[in-house]
Write a protein that binds this ligand. Structure first.
Ligand SMILES: NC(=O)c1ccc[n+]([C@@H]2O[C@H](COP(=O)([O-])OP(=O)(O)OC[C@H]3O[C@@H](n4cnc5c(N)ncnc54)[C@H](O)[C@@H]3O)[C@@H](O)[C@H]2O)c1
Length: 301
């Protein structure tokens, strides 16, 4: 029997692309799925019934699902997604925060409206839905949460300051939630996917033929990483990159401390600039914080 059978899974932005692929796969394995999607355009305008179409597809295949058409970027709408899961299926076990839009422009040309809407959908929307699910998972001593990031945040991408900042925010949120959820069996991980989807089609010069997609860029090649992060023995606090049939883990590294004792001048630091910037002996994490995390593992909220 599938380990996901009867698990209640909420997936935001699951009306198409990656979210739809995750929803179909969880449903195929017997999960009860809440397919959320506002159904707007790739840049976040309008609304439609995309979520219904995915629910119908799941039901036609014998699966269990309901639709939610609320927006993750509205706190009340975000809460309603989790409320719908509880009303229909009694709880929420797994939350995949996936909804997203793009408003690409260089920072110089970007109106603040484009900054705000991208932050609202990605970072705030993720926080709102997760905030609604958190107490339920906390009380039941079980939860699996995925936050969807991007290489645009982890490494940067020209013209995506709003998106990159929001996506790197996922790592900050995960770092803390993984600590706070550890004693309650709530695993929180970040996915950094790559696939040919409608969202990619909004990037000038990156257009893909969605009717004849390259099989190697299909969203279904990303979904196994989501299931792994949501599995019983899955990791917590990890960043997993997935796409084109390739999987890897990303992490933040720290080099060896330059120690000056109690006093240091700008000139003394400048003299050691090359050593300061040398990452050749860097190791994962931050030594002080690694110690703190060990203690945090025993902390309870
Ligand atoms: N496709 C890639 O290569 C790639 C790369 C990095 C990150 N991502 C991330 O993966 C996620 C899924 O994107 P995708 O590529 O499948 O694109 P997509 O456009 O097919 O899917 C995003 C979905 O989110 C929905 N959505 C947008 N705003 C919403 C809101 N306020 N409330 C609820 N739903 C909303 C959209 O209607 C859409 O169906 C996004 O978070 C995206 O940033 C994708």
């Amino acid at each position: 029997m599938s380990e996901f059978k009867d698990k209640v899974v909420v997936i935001t932005g699951a009306g198409g692309g990656l979210g739809k692929s995750h929803a179909l796969e969880f449903a195929l394995r017997g999960a009860k799925v809440v397919v959320n999607d506002l159904g707007g355009s790739g840049d976040g305008v309008g609304a439609s019934d995309m979520a219904d179409e995915v629910v119908n597809e799941i039901k036609e295949k014998g699966g269990i699902a309901i639709a939610s058409k609320a927006s993750v970027s509205d706190p009340a709408g975000a809460k309603s997604i989790i409320d719908d899961a509880v009303a229909e299926f009694g709880t929420v076990d797994i939350l995949v925060n996936n909804a997203g839009i793009l408003r690409d422009k260089t920072f110089k040309k970007m109106p603040l409206e484009d900054w705000d809407i991208v932050m609202d959908v990605h970072l705030n929307g993720t926080a709102y839905v997760t905030h609604a699910a958190w107490p339920i998972m906390y009380e039941k001593n079980y939860g699996r949460i995925v936050l969807t990031s991007s290489t645009s945040g982890i490494y940067g991408n020209f013209g995506q300051s709003n998106y990159g900042a929001a996506k790197m925010g996922m790592l900050g949120l995960m770092n803390v939630l993984a600590m706070e959820g550890r004693s309650k069996n709530i695993n929180v991980n970040v996915l950094s996917p790559a696939a040919a989807t409608r969202l990619i089609n909004t990037i000038p010069g990156r257009e893909v033929d969605l009717d004849n997609p390259d099989p190697m860029s299909h969203p279904k090649l990303v979904t196994p990483a989501v299931l792994l992060m949501c599995s019983e023995d899955g990791p917590t606090g990890k960043v997993i990159q997935a796409g084109n049939g390739r999987f890897s883990t990303a992490a933040v590294f720290n080099n060896v401390d330059l120690e000056f004792g109690g006093d240091v001048t700008y000139e003394e630091l400048l003299a050691k600039k090359d050593q300061l910037l040398d990452m050749s002996e860097a190791t994962e994490g931050w030594t002080w914080r690694t110690e703190m995390m060990k203690k945090a593992a025993e902390k309870k909220d």
